[in-house]
Design a protein around this ligand. Structure first.
Ligand SMILES: [Zn+2]
Ligand SMILES: [Zn+2]
Length: 415
């Protein structure tokens, strides 16, 4: 009997960890019924794939989020690292997870990861830290079987400057900007956190911002000037083009030979044009307005000059791309420009294959057998930042996406 059980265990599909983006703390409730489609088509003898939602700081830096993700999965007290804590002026340790979400995580028991928006670079940061041995030499990047991302800002986004980040002196934020108001809101939520529901958890434990650990005067001081939001250890700075360049200079985001990579680049702008394509829903109006503002962003105003501006604009490694390199700076999904959603580094400096996704036939095209150590990039035209996730609309597009993604995960499981 014990032998039979062992066989059954070995047939369990590799679980999928979902990492949400900036201000993402909704979890499975909002993501909805995607699991049914991820397991389709499935025979009655096949087991459904387990999905795990890992809660990380909704406004925290990639480093802090990656550390929180690691300990949420394995259990234990979040350790941000002595040097990191000293540089950025917060406690080395965060909250303690008495029970990990997947304590058996190892090379023998790897995990698939899917990140929406900032969840994408959170996962690549986690893998990079594992490669560096940040958590200990026993934690190998091969423990990450696959990384898939939707609308991930790997190389930054101009939206952060439109919201308030200074173009010439990030991480400073313009007063009275949307970014400044957001920062104040985060401090208010953190200060009153003992009385607020867990869905508004800002994961600010290491910063002692709650009323249990902070004086009222200190709270007012943070409202006037947020050292967190206007520092280098927070989401806004991490999605600047300058921060992305710094990561690439450190070679952060290099491919791991044993991991499978897939990214989905959404766009609501017509290829080779600077106008947003037709809107398909009223709730998306803010995204379309943001998209138009991003279309007319003046990249030459940025200091330091982002590296992508000097990348070759005339040659394109991927003729099947619906967006040329230059267009892809402006084409966007309402939050992230297309080129930033592809992968870390330019196409010339990483390994990648760009494909199209055919909604009519409900499948990704031009796809051979899954291959590790290379980014398979899929462009999702006429798709905005939340068309696929984290909200569930039960559209044919969402169903097709999740069914195809489920097929791909099964193929990777079998590799
Ligand atoms: Zn930190
Ligand atoms: Zn590429």
């Amino acid at each position: 009997m014990a032998f039979d059980r062992d066989i059954d265990e070995s047939r369990q599909p590799i679980p999928l960890v979902i990492v949400e983006g900036f201000l993402g703390f909704a979890g499975a409730g909002l993501w909805g019924n995607f699991e049914e489609h991820i397991n389709l088509p499935n025979s009655s003898s096949s087991k459904n794939r387990k999905t795990i939602f890992a809660s990380v700081g909704p406004v925290s830096s990639l480093h802090d989020r990656a550390c929180e993700l690691f300990y949420a999965l394995l259990g234990g007290t979040v350790d941000y690292g002595e040097e990191h804590a000293m540089i950025h002026g917060h406690s080395r340790y965060g909250r303690t997870h008495n029970h990990g979400l997947y304590p058996q995580w190892s090379i023998e028991n790897p995990l698939h990861f899917l990140g929406h928006s900032l969840g994408g670079p959170t996962i690549t940061k986690l893998q990079w830290l594992m490669k560096l041995g940040f958590f200990g030499s026993q934690y190998n990047p091969d423990m990450i079987r696959s990384i898939s991302t939707i609308s991930a800002p790997f190389r930054g986004t101009q939206l952060v400057y439109l919201l308030g980040e200074r173009v010439d002196s990030a991480p400073s934020v313009r007063p009275f900007s949307i970014g400044s108001i957001l920062a104040k809101s985060v401090h208010i939520l953190s200060y009153f956190s003992p009385f607020l529901p867990s869905i508004l958890d800002m994961h600010s434990d290491s910063r002692s911002l709650s009323m249990r650990h902070s004086s009222f005067m200190s709270f007012v001081k943070h409202l006037w000037h947020s050292e967190w939001a206007e520092g280098r250890d927070a989401t806004p700075f991490d999605v600047t083009f300058g921060a992305a360049d710094e990561r690439e200079e450190m070679m952060e985001g290099l491919l791991n030979p044993a991991t499978f990579y897939r990214s989905y680049a959404a766009s609501i702008t017509k290829p080779h044009a600077s106008t947003a394509s037709s809107s398909n829903s009223i709730y998306a109006v803010p995204l379309y307005l943001a998209s138009l503002a991003m279309n007319s962003f003046d990249f030459s105003s940025l200091y330091p000059t982002p590296s992508f501006l000097s990348e070759n604009q005339t040659t394109n490694k991927h003729p099947q791309n619906s967006h040329s390199t230059h267009d892809s700076w402006y084409a966007n999904d309402g939050v992230v420009p297309v080129f930033s959603q592809w992968h870390p580094f330019s196409c010339r400096d990483t390994k990648c294959r760009h494909h199209t996704f055919d909604y009519t036939n409900h499948k990704a095209l031009n796809m051979d057998k899954p291959e590790p150590g290379i980014w398979d990039v899929y462009t999702l035209d006429d798709t905005h930042h939340v068309s696929i996730a984290p909200l569930w609309f039960n559209t044919p597009r969402q169903q097709a996406f999740w069914q195809d993604f489920g097929r791909w995960l099964r193929d990777v499981d079998d590799c």
